[in-house]
Every structure is written in C-alpha cells, then in structure tokens.
Design a protein around this ligand. Structure first.
Ligand SMILES: CC(C)(COP(=O)(O)OP(=O)(O)OC[C@H]1O[C@@H](n2cnc3c(N)ncnc32)[C@H](O)[C@@H]1OP(=O)(O)O)[C@@H](O)C(=O)NCCC(=O)NCCS
Length: 144
C-alpha cells in the first residue's frame, strides 16, 4: 500500500539503505524536506515501510515548466527486485501529472541506472561524482 508520509518516517530508511546505516537518521535530512510542495511517499507491506521516495519542487537546467527533483529513493534489501520501487515511482509520476507538473529529475547512481531507464528516464548529464555514493548521472523524465 502506498501512502503519503512525513519526513520523519523516511529518515530511518534513507540512512539504512542509502548510507548503509552509518549515519544517524537526523543526518539524512535534505534542505527542502519541509518546504512547500515537498512530498514523501512510502510503500508499506503488512505495516512495514519498505520503500520510499521524496519529491521536491525544484527546477533543473534548461527544462521549462514545473519540475520536481526526486530524492532519497530506496527499497530495503529483502524486498528489492520485486517491482516495489517501480510502483512507487509510477505512482509519483501519475500523481505529479495530476498536479500539472511538467517533468521529474534526479541524481541517479550509476548502479541504479537501469531502474530509472526502465521507468522512462533518460540521461541528461555527463557522469559526475556525488560523494559518498560514487558515480551519478542526472536523469530526466517528461511528465506532460
Ligand atoms: C534502486 C532501488 C530503489 C530500486 O528499488 P526496487 O524496489 O528494487 O526496484 P524494482 O524492483 O521496481 O526494480 C528493479 C530494478 O532495480 C534495479 N536494482 C535492483 N537491485 C538493485 C540494487 N541493489 N541497487 C541498484 N539497483 C537495483 C535493477 O535495475 C532492477 O531491474 P532489473 O531487474 O531489470 O535489472 C533499490 O534497488 C535500492 O534501494 N537500491 C539501493 C539504493 C539506491 O541505489 N537507490 C537509488 C539512489 S539513486
């Protein structure tokens, strides 16, 4: 089941999945986590939060219209590869389309490229380093 959740709900998973549990949940806050327009989505299985993503109203580069940056995309290890991340991502796109947003973008890890490309994202930057998570690309998908 997909739910709109609070930033405090997403912090523990951001830490365990994206920083291998090396930080504290409070260190996983992004500056626009509480900004107007920011949304946090969670996928629950039997009451357990297993996958998250956040959407921040934030333009990128030359793209026009209303753009959302997707951040903190994570599925706990035991549920990976079951299509849950894709369901959450598709829900986000359909929801943003309803909100009349024009595009969605993210800094995607090289390791997760296929995940984004399968969902229709395209690479729009050269590869760059984003410490401590290594090589990334900017990925973009038009919404409408
Ligand atoms: C990337 C991630 C969010 C995908 O979530 P998911 O629920 O496993 O996604 P789905 O099952 O819908 O999609 C599966 C696709 O994700 C990718 N994937 C699977 N396991 C992965 C992993 N451990 N790391 C990165 N990508 C992975 C694969 O491309 C897979 O597609 P394929 O089977 O055709 O190769 C999840 O694997 C994850 O949390 N990885 C670690 C953190 C991370 O890299 N987050 C993205 C930061 S940019």
């Amino acid at each position: 089941m997909i739910r709109f959740i609070s930033v405090n709900d997403v912090l523990p998973l951001r830490n365990t999945v994206l920083r291998e549990g090396k930080l504290k949940p409070n260190d996983m806050r992004y500056p626009t986590d509480n900004a107007e327009g920011t949304l946090h989505l969670g996928y629950y299985i039997k009451g357990e939060l297993v996958s998250i993503l956040s959407l921040h109203l934030q333009p990128y580069g030359k793209f026009t219209g209303e753009g959302y940056q997707m951040r903190g995309v994570a599925t706990i290890e035991k549920y990976r590869g079951e299509g849950i991340g894709t369901k959450l991502l598709n829900f986000a796109i359909v929801y943003l389309r309803g909100q009349k947003a024009n595009y969605i973008w993210c800094n995607g890890r090289r390791k997760a490229l296929r995940f984004y490309q399968n969902a229709g994202f395209e690479i729009v930057s050269p590869e760059f380093e984003l410490p401590p998570a290594g090589p990334h690309y900017v990925l973009y998908a038009k919404i409408q």
